[in-house]
Ligand binder design. Sequence first.
Ligand code: BDR
Ligand code: CA
Length: 322
Amino acid sequence: MKHAIMMDVDTGIDDALAIMFAVKHPDVDVRAISCVSGNVGLDSVVENTLKILDVVDAPDIPVAGGAIRPLVEEPRSAAYVHGEDGLGNVNLPASSRRALPVHAVEMMRQVLTDSPEPITLVALAPLTNVALLLRTYPECAQKISRILFMGGSASVGNATAVAEFNIWHDPEAAHIVINSGVPLTMYGLDVFNTVGVDADEVDQLAAADNHVAQVLGGLLSFRVPGPEGEPDRAFSLIGDAGAVCALVADELMHSETLPVQVQLAAGASRGQTIVDRRVHVGEDTIHGTAGQWPTVKVVLSADVPKVLDLFLGTLGIARVAV
Ligand code: BDR
Ligand code: CA
């Protein structure tokens, strides 16, 4: 089955891996890529996205820059994860590709309007652009078959103890998207944190006689020492790329359809996705506190070896160390 998609990214090491995979996968038709402030500032996100399209020799895919900041909060970078340039300081050459001279929301609207069939929106970043699209042009929702987003968690967070970075960066945008009525799939931290390769495999990729593998190895090997010292080098996540794997290989994922809400209140839980996993629902009806929560298909786990085979195989890389 061919998947017509638009991607929304904050490239970002793992967004880069996701773009590479999506462009290379024969069943994915990338119609456009919108960029948003997140891991790094918008200009770097756009520049990184164009450079990564060069790495995989992509066709002429429209790219546009969108929101320079979240709806309410100040922007907060994740350069501590992705490097100052957002691409692990791998120093890719400048691209001769150019972003469209329009706001990403206008590009997204145009692509949806022109498409004969509905498109899946694969959102791998704070949901600011997507929320702006849905609020500015609500009629566009009819042309979006599904929003598959990397974000949130049914358990722990990363930006805070309970909030995942993309949702925490712009909780209001996430709230708009989750309550939009568009069918949703959430590829959250529960699964995101499990799909990775070990340090030996990363070293082999970096040393390979193949440009795509070398870039992949360079991106996956990037680490910034944190306050606790040198981070664990044992495991490199493919991150957002796993969400695109979920698009093409749903059978490799274990998912449940569950009620989800976003915590907007200030304080320790702001930006948390509250996933209702109760076996016996209905207690809040007894307490008189029940509300209508949107339901979301939540990916909770993956067949990791098969997902890695899919990811690397699509990039033309045979696994040597497993
Ligand atoms: C998400 O945050 C970003 O740092 C990554 O690109 C990913 O989309 C993980 O929390
Ligand atoms: Ca991302």
